[in-house]
Design a protein around this ligand. Structure first.
Ligand SMILES: *[C@@H]1O[C@H](CO)[C@@H](O)[C@H](O)[C@H]1NC(C)=O
Ligand SMILES: *[C@@H]1O[C@H](CO)[C@@H](O)[C@H](O)[C@H]1NC(C)=O
Ligand SMILES: *[C@@H]1O[C@H](CO)[C@@H](O)[C@H](O)[C@H]1NC(C)=O
Length: 351
């Protein structure tokens, strides 16, 4: 949990009036995982992510790429996507072949997991950076720099041994270099354009408050729920008047099924000190009209009293008149509303 750092970060990221401008790098990243159970049995999965959104999936049994967004092919033709699919398949088969052949030499102990990640990152100033890493059992062994694999600091002799074998495949390394420094940037720029309507959409948050008894005597945990917003940068703060409450704590930002985001912000307060507290939500979709929810609205107590008292008063008045009439005329009770009854009785007294 990032807790307190988030509000600051969110405020910094939310800035910027130009809709096309972005403040942090955007990455296109392909993840590959191979799980080798024994010498003959392995399963592998792949996924492609644009930032925090998965756009493609891949699985070794079918060997085909599935597209999770209508624009997940970027501006590439079906023919080009088939070529990418074939390259993935060949790289996957060669990797398994190498791992099985060198398993004992590289001290890879079954069952084990190999992860490869690769892609490119577009920086706000416009330059692209390609990257690729290989990990064994979750720890990095090699990283791809320029056109060859370089052992990572923690890679040890295993990193040097695997790197040596992989670097003998000069054509494969040239292709990897080309993938991350040419194909990936083209694909990423095409994606940002093809998915523009989705990626630049603005969805307003809904917000509501709740309270929970908090462990510890006479304390309450106030919860401000904010859900359904897009894009992710947001600022949510508990306030007393214009004063941001430093004790506000943020949950992780969770993803809703529709790709929008959900967040809770907590404030631990003494049960007697809740008056004047509000939750303030600032988000690009609100165009400067922050959502402000009051825990107890300054006027709300008065309205509650009026709302409860008014029907009661009418009922009592009605009852009083009915009793009075019944007393004097012995009428059967009618189904009229108290107010009508009140007017009727006034009329009858005038005539
Ligand atoms: C490898 O593991 C699979 C799955 O558990 C099993 O079916 C197979 O018999 C194993 N093969 C060997 C050679 O141990
Ligand atoms: C990559 O190559 C360039 C020149 O071709 C060199 O200046 C740079 O130091 C290299 N980077 C690494 C990490 O080896
Ligand atoms: C896709 O769009 C990118 C960025 O606009 C462009 O560089 C590329 O040539 C386009 N077409 C293909 C097939 O990559």
């Amino acid at each position: 949990m990032l807790y307190l750092q988030i509000p600051l970060l969110a405020v910094l990221l939310a800035g910027g009036d130009n809709e096309d401008a972005f403040q942090e790098p955007i990455s296109l990243q392909a993840n590959y995982i191979s799980y080798l159970y024994n010498h003959s049995w392995a399963r592998s999965w792949g996924s492609v992510w644009l930032g925090e959104m998965q756009i493609q999936g891949w699985e070794s049994n079918s060997g085909s790429i599935t597209f999770l967004q209508p624009w997940a092919k970027s501006n590439f033709s079906n023919k080009e996507m088939k070529i990418v699919e074939k390259l993935v398949h060949v790289a996957h088969v060669q990797l398994l072949y190498n791992l099985r052949n060198h398993a004992s030499e590289w001290k890879l102990e079954y069952p084990f997991e190999i992860q490869i990640t690769g892609g490119c990152e577009l920086h706000p100033e416009g330059h692209m950076v390609g990257f690729s890493q290989l990990a064994y059992e979750g720890s990095e062994v090699l990283s791809f720099q320029n056109s060859s694999w370089v052992p990572s600091l923690k890679g040890g002799t295993r990193g040097q041994q695997i790197g040596k074998v992989l670097n003998q495949r000069i054509v494969a390394n040239k292709m990897t270099h080309r993938m991350i420094s040419n194909t990936c940037p083209r694909f990423l720029l095409g994606l940002l354009d093809a998915g523009k309507a989705d990626l630049q959409r603005q969805v307003k948050p809904e917000a509501w408050l709740s309270t929970r008894p908090n462990p510890g005597p006479d304390h309450l945990l106030l919860v401000c729920h904010v859900s359904g917003f897009y894009p992710k940068p947001i600022s949510v703060m508990w306030m007393r008047g214009e004063q941001a409450q430093q004790g506000s704590q943020l949950s992780d930002i969770l993803r809703n099924a529709d790709g929008t985001w959900y967040l809770q912000v907590f404030l631990d307060v003494e049960a007697t000190k809740t008056s004047g507290l509000s939750c303030r939500v600032t988000h690009s979709s609100l165009e400067g009209q922050d959502i402000i929810l009051y825990l107890d609205h300054p006027n709300s107590k008065g309205w509650i009293i009026l709302a409860v008292m008014l029907p009661l008063l009418l009922l009592l008045t009605g009852l009083a008149f009915w009793l009075k009439k019944r007393w004097t005329h012995c009428e059967p009770p009618s189904t009229l509303l108290p107010l009508e009854r009140f007017q009727r009785s006034r009329d009858s007294t005038h005539t």
